[in-house]
Write a protein that binds this ligand. Structure first.
Ligand SMILES: [Zn+2]
Length: 479
């Protein structure tokens, strides 16, 4: 009888086909070594009893911001612990030079080793990075970054004219960049497209699509009539601003052949723009993303002032319903948290408050509660949206994102019937508040396993920071 380091017995397994079947899993050397309908519990050095639970691939949170507002080593420790609560085994974090993060600029040949060194030994999940190319010098570093395991990059459409706070309109002091505009984006896309052709596996550009000039005009209008709530914020950064930026980005993607991830789409209009464009350009590679907060929060029901401020903004209930309709039509490829831990309760002045918040701990809970239970989204679709597709998009599939022989043993054990009311403490993040406060969600991970290590169990972090840096794209290994 073959031996395993761990066996997980008695659960219902979500297979890559989406089927949910009764089955057992054998794990050896951190990888899935057996998936069968009857494994002897005696065959494992460690036995996990999964009766009454669903065993799903752990989530791949493909949009994360480690160290944006807090020291990156400390932030990695607390926020990857928070990820475990949401059934997440892998985070893909954005990094850029400029204000926040390490608060400096320079070549990535100097800065990226520092990032890796400061994160090393602090992560409870595996991790990788999407790098924002801010300066001319960094444009030339794209091939070097790819050689270091960076499989994706980032561009912010809205940095060129105005920044996050209305009081500060000096984009340059924020980005610490040279000429950060559409010309820069064109050159970046050319460089990424070339790397994508040269390498096997997908190399892509992630884009935050909001048009800065329109936002400036709408913010002025909304502020002048005293708007200071989340509905006002949505009006100040309307779907039209997303739409115009998507139009610009798609023209350049078509000209350069650059694979693209269109991030955190907040409106039906924005989703439809990308869907229409890719239906006209069959050769185009554009993946669509939305966030769990755009699917679960609305401007009228989110409590507590500025806590729910985020870019692009959360919208009204009608937009949320339309986003769900797009999910059901298969027009949204992935759902992420866009996790950015804010160290203190936000400023009461909407226009001065930090944008963003942490939510990674709610990835499975929101998708199970709002998707599976409330709207009857099949379990297999939930897994596709938060595990399989983000693993594909970021070049991690099939090592991550599937319960299959040879894949990393990254698993979330889900109690579909468990109901809990969200509070900041429950999420185990360093962020002292959550815009989901008081929301009761049904369906929670009870156990999160990373490469065969039980990292989180029954509300407690029980593992150690064993997370490793993932070089991407993963190319199928011959073994
Ligand atoms: Zn983000």
């Amino acid at each position: 009888m073959s031996r395993f380091d761990m066996v997980i017995v008695g659960g219902q397994i979500v297979l890559p086909t989406g089927a949910v079947v009764r089955g057992d899993i054998g794990i050896r050397d951190g990888k899935i070594a057996a998936v069968t309908d009857a494994l002897d519990a005696q065959a494992g050095d460690q036995v996990v009893d999964a009766r009454g639970r669903v065993v799903a691939p752990a989530a791949v949170d493909a949009h994360f911001h480690l160290g944006i507002y807090r020291p990156i080593d400390e932030d990695t420790r607390t926020e990857t612990s928070s990820a475990l609560v949401g059934g997440v085994s892998t985070v893909l974090s954005y990094f850029r030079t400029g204000k926040d993060y390490l608060n400096k600029s320079g070549p990535y040949r100097k800065i990226f080793p520092e990032v890796l060194q400061r994160v090393d030994g602090h992560a409870y999940t595996d991790y990788g990075f999407h790098m924002a190319i801010m300066t001319n010098e960094q444009l030339d570093e794209v091939p070097w970054l790819v050689s270091q395991g960076i499989g994706s990059f980032k561009y912010y459409m809205f940095y060129k004219a105005l920044t996050l706070n209305a009081a500060s309109t000096d984009a340059k002091s924020y980005t610490m960049a040279d000429t950060y505009d559409l010309g820069h984006l064109y050159r970046l896309m050319m460089n990424i497209a070339e790397e994508n052709r040269k390498n096997s596996g997908r190399i892509s550009l992630s884009i935050h699509c909001e048009n800065a000039e329109l936002i400036r005009v709408f913010i002025e209008a909304v502020r002048s009539r005293g708007g200071n709530d989340l509905a006002a914020y949505s009006e100040a950064r309307p779907p039209l601003a997303e739409s115009l930026a998507i139009a610009e980005a798609t023209v350049l993607a078509e000209a350069t052949g650059c694979p693209m991830n269109v991030l955190h789409l907040s409106s039906f209009r924005a989703v439809n723009d990308v869907v229409q464009w890719r239906s006209l350009h069959r050769e185009a590679d554009a993946r669509t993303e939305t966030t769990l907060h755009h699917l679960a929060l609305t401007t009228d029901t989110t409590p507590g002032g500025t806590g729910g401020k985020v870019n692009p903004p959360i919208r009204n209930a009608r937009e949320v319903d339309q986003l769900w309709a797009a999910v059901f039509r298969g027009e949204i490829d992935q759902v992420v948290s866009d996790h950015a831990a804010i160290p203190a309760v936000k400023d009461d002045d909407l226009w001065e408050a930090h944008a963003g918040f942490g939510g990674t701990a709610l990835l499975y809970p929101v998708m199970l509660s709002e998707g599976y239970h409330k709207r009857h989204l099949p379990l297999g679709k939930v897994v596709d949206l938060i595990s399989r597709n983000p693993a594909v998009t970021t070049g991690l599939y099939p090592r991550k994102g599937a319960i299959a022989i040879g894949a990393d043993a990254d698993l979330a054990l889900l109690d579909l019937e468990r109901e809990q009311t969200v509070s900041a403490e429950l999420l185990r993040s360093a962020q002292p508040f959550t815009p989901f406060e008081g929301k009761t969600l049904k369906g929670w991970p009870t156990t999160t396993i990373v490469r065969g290590h039980v990292q989180y169990d029954k509300g407690q972090v029980v593992g150690t920071p064993i997370g490793t840096f993932l070089r991407r794209p993963i190319v199928a290994e011959a073994d």
